[in-house]
Design a protein around this ligand. Sequence first.
Ligand SMILES: [Zn+2]
Length: 179
Amino acid sequence: MKVCIDIGHCPSAPGAENRTYNISEYRFWSTFAPRLANYLRGYGHAAVIVNREMDGNGTGMTACVRTCNEANADVIVALHANAFNGTASGTETLYWHTSPRGKRLAQCIQTQMVKALGLPDRGIKPITGTERGGAQLRGTVAPCVIVEPFFIDNDHDYETALEHADNLCAAIAVGIANY
Ligand SMILES: [Zn+2]
């Protein structure tokens, strides 16, 4: 299986941030995406890392969808982190509401991420419109999920994710391998 690993957001618009640690969604995942790719290759899968701005020359959803589709992958996993009010906590995975394969992929990854981090299990969430990356979930050809393993604006969530980042990458790879 060929896996497209999409690093969410981009250098010029890096997504949600943690002010205490001066870290963004983009920077966190640009650090750890290669580790996820290595785990996937260890399970015998091909892995390609893409980013809308680095590879697609754009910062919006059009470039995001295009770079993901051009990877010609069997599945797409978009790497993000949640943000709300600094205290909300937990792990969730988003999928397109009419995609049974997306739903199955989401559940496989969600189960492993919850085991790896031990944060509250917020479950898998069907997306039905353009909210929360819906344009990516709808516009991609291969089954696609958006992972939000932790709340980046919650210091405890972020510290947990950083401490267990290697386990988190392994967990996402196991989830994909189980799909
Ligand atoms: Zn994001």
